[in-house]
Design a protein around this ligand. Structure first.
Ligand code: SAM
Length: 228
């Protein structure tokens, strides 16, 4: 998978070189390319925003600069993701769907967001004919200062679903938020007693059927008590 993130703060993305994602890039499973939006400006101040038509607080990011930045990376079959708190809520189902993408482009807004003509332009027939799809995505019902952290949340959730990225693919099998809306059971490891708290005895029984049944009941209880 190819990932392109476009931002005015490329340094935000440094952590993507660490851990499993760093290894996946080294192993050629993934390429993550971060692009500085300001490199597409042509004025001496590297302007990326202007006041909104119709008045109102804040600044809006320029369609022209965004258009050049996106044109410089977009390939046939790409998913162009415009991060916005007004977008479709990101969840495990969408992560699963996007894990099969060829190219993901993350457009990280700042200020009041990106001129809406960027979304409209890349949604036109000529892009549909190239199998390019625009998606407005939110990572939750709150407002962040920019799309960088939201993109990283999405990148981490999506890329760990790509075969070969996780060291042990079985980790995905019994995980929270699967198709049935399951939440994982609580886990314990050594020592058997910690600060007066014992590991549930059933887990030490060696009875795999009983352990599986206990875990299922714990998962259900968790789901009910978390209101999910
Ligand atoms: N004026 C916008 C509104 O009220 O919908 C909020 C803009 S926000 C301050 C600046 C940028 O942060 C957005 O353009 C978007 O890229 C990003 N952002 C903020 N909250 C987000 C969220 N919940 N999910 C995804 N991106 C978010």
């Amino acid at each position: 998978m190819r990932i392109d993130a476009i931002t005015i703060f490329p340094d935000y993305f440094a952590p993507l070189q660490l851990s499993l994602l760093g290894k996946a890039q080294d192993g050629g499973l993934l390429s993550i390319n971060v692009h500085d939006l300001r490199s597409q400006t042509s004025d001496t101040h590297h302007t990326v925003d202007d006041a909104p038509y119709g008045g109102g607080a804040g600044m809006v990011m320029l369609a022209d600069v965004w258009g050049r930045a996106i044109d410089s990376v977009i390939e046939d079959g790409a998913d162009l993701i415009i991060l916005t708190p007004a977008g479709r809520r990101f969840n495990q189902e969408l992560a699963q769907e996007l894990s099969g993408a060829r190219q993901l482009i993350f457009a990280c807004g700042r200020y009041e967001g990106i001129d809406d003509r960027v979304r409209i332009h890349y949604s036109q027939d000529e892009y549909i004919a190239r199998n390019i799809r625009v998606r407005e995505v939110s990572i939750g019902d709150y407002v962040l200062g920019g799309g960088e952290v939201a993109s990283m949340v999405m990148i981490e959730a999506i890329t760990r679903l790509i075969p070969g990225v996780l060291g042990n693919p079985l980790s995905l099998a019994e995980e929270s938020h699967n198709e049935e809306g399951y939440l994982e059971y609580p886990n314990f490891t050594r020592p058997q007693e910690w600060r007066g708290l014992e590991v549930p005895p059933i887990l030490l029984s060696g009875n795999h059927g009983a352990i599986a049944a206990w875990r299922t009941s714990q998962a259900k209880e968790r789901k009910e008590s978390n209101g999910n």
